[in-house]
Write a protein that binds this ligand. Structure first.
Ligand code: URA
Length: 261
């Protein structure tokens, strides 16, 4: 990608101007135009009200294949299994399952939380405004949906609260769905995983639900032996624009990790 094109994409992310590299394949310096940064409280990605609105779903009787069967599936079997999954109560409210999208041989795997309203309707992850930002983040690092990048979620069905609003998946829902993501990762064999937001990061790393994303950034973690970089969820970035600069720093870490893998 030309420097000019990358500058356009970074501008789309709202974090232009383009950072100039010296000798490394990725930028490591803060652009002068972004300094000084306003002091931003490290807000959690969900408000207390959103967290409080989480309700426990009542799981239906499991009729889906056990995790051990999922672990041996090919792509077609896995897609069919997800499409018909009734392993948790989320199946009751879904319009479509959201399996994941992209290059099945991708070296970059981006993992979000779970489908929202738009994704539930279309069956594709990240199709709303957050998806547009994610696409711009992908372009900024020189990949795109379907070209060396795959996008998946922790859960494949949309979690909603009692008012029909999006909410994070419960631990039970996450546990029920994880075997599908684990199999996707095993089939794709990506070089780098990028966890988008708290739910993805904590689910993959098995950490305490109180751990803030800010504590996980800046470190290359491991998931199933693969490098995992944590950044903010695009929906959070849309609400907290100053954090985009940090997201770019995270993508730079991911690019360095990719280059060194
Ligand atoms: N947020 C996510 O985490 N995943 C989607 O697919 C859409 C929004």
């Amino acid at each position: 990608m030309t420097l000019e094109r990358r500058a356009v994409f970074l501008d789309e992310m709202g974090i232009g101007p383009l950072w100039q590299r010296r000798d490394m394949p990725v930028a490591t310096e803060t652009p002068a135009a972004l300094e000084p940064m306003p002091a931003v409280a490290l807000a959690e990605e969900r408000t207390v009200a959103e967290q409080a609105s989480v309700i426990a779903a009542v799981p239906r009787a499991p009729e889906a294949p056990p995790s051990s069967a999922v672990a041996g599936m090919n792509w077609m079997q896995l897609k069919e299994s997800v499409a018909g999954c009734v392993k948790c109560g989320l199946c009751n409210g879904r319009t479509k399952t959201v399996f994941g999208v992209g290059d099945e041989k991708a070296k970059w795997l981006f993992i979000g939380e779970g489908p929202g309203r738009n994704e539930d309707q279309t069956g594709e992850p990240f199709v709303g405004p957050a998806g547009k930002l994610l696409d711009n983040m992908l372009r900024a690092i020189g990949v795109k949906r379907g070209e060396n990048a795959y996008i998946a979620n922790i859960v494949k069905c949309r979690p909603t609260d009692g008012n029909g609003r999006d909410r994070p998946p419960t631990q039970e829902e996450t546990a029920a769905c994880m075997p599908y993501l684990e199999r996707q990762i095993a089939l794709i064999q990506p070089t780098v995983l990028v966890a988008l937001g708290k739910t993805a990061a904590l689910s993959l790393l098995g950490l305490d639900p109180e751990t803030p994303v800010s504590k996980l950034r800046g470190t290359v973690h491991r998931y199933a032996g693969l490098p995992l970089v944590v950044t903010y969820h695009p929906a959070y970035l849309l609400r907290s624009l100053p954090e985009k600069r940090k997201a770019w720093t995270d993508l730079c870490l991911a690019m360095t990790t990719y280059a060194n893998a």
